[in-house]
Design a protein around this ligand. Sequence first.
Ligand SMILES: [Ca+2]
Ligand SMILES: [Ca+2]
Length: 357
Amino acid sequence: MSKESDTAKATRQFAVALAIVLAGVAVGYFLTRSHEGPRPRNRPTALGHDVPSAPNTNNMVWIPGGTFWMGSEGGNPDEQPVHQVRLDGFWIDKTEVTNEEFEKFVRATGYVTVAERKPDPKDFRGVPSDKLVPGAVVFTPPPGDVSLENHYAWWQYMPGANWRHPEGPDTTIRGREKHPVVHVCWEDAIAYAKWCGKRLPSEAEWEYAARGGQDRQLYIWGKEQAPDGQWQANIWQGKFPNENTMADRFRATAPVAQFAPNGFGLYDMAGNVWEWCLDWYRPDYYAKSPAANPFGPLDSFDPNEPGLAKRVMRGGSYLCSDLYCTGYRPSARMKSSPDTGLSHTGFRCVWPGPPPK
Ligand SMILES: [Ca+2]
Ligand SMILES: [Ca+2]
């Protein structure tokens, strides 16, 4: 499956390293693989936070409890085994959290996202402090064809990029108020969710909600990718990563809710931006998952980067090309380091009941 976000933390570290290389300090590529270093990143921790008090449910949908088949027989190994999961009912946001909504949170609390903070020297030992500048990793299409094996060819660390300035200091979210907020890491998403009395969805809740009552379907809208030639989600058409035909009308993020909702009335459960889930990521979890209300394993393991703990992300993004990534399938799993925000990653929240009167 996609390596689009698989190495998100590596990308961030690589990008910082790149800035340093450019400054003449030859630490280069080594940093991208030095995760086993100083940081105790793989510790089990509590799931998140307390069950919230009643939030505003105006922009939420009640998902009745039930059972569904989680995973995909035809998908990647980490989507198997397909197993039946039973869930209690819950409320979930109809859309991804928008810039406008996130701005309300920041105005009310003064919260500063991780991408806006100076990187902690403890995480980047050997790097001169003056080279550790706040910033974020931005999708930057290369001018020509590149190997799809080399994701560094299209991710670039941009000093000054963050949720307010998605493509760098000279860019703005003005005019993008209804777009999903991006460059928010898992920790930022948790802070937002707490503030509004919600939490992040478990991975099982997310997949159940995404399927919209259409059990065991390849896409959230059914079996066909583009029925009657109509794209059903904001993904990528054309030759990734340097040719974007925009057949779905959108080059990058789209305002939320530009495509038909799924069977539960939820928008952009496929594409637009990846969405953080509560769970730690392990590729073998489905073989051990409890049958009812699973909340993921107690620790994380990614065989590609064993020293780096990762949380689950779901749903794919505007960068999902069929050449490279089919992460917009409802069963597809992705993972990233919880302190990494990216220009194609956001979130939505849930609230575990009670049901509407
Ligand atoms: Ca698109
Ligand atoms: Ca999405």
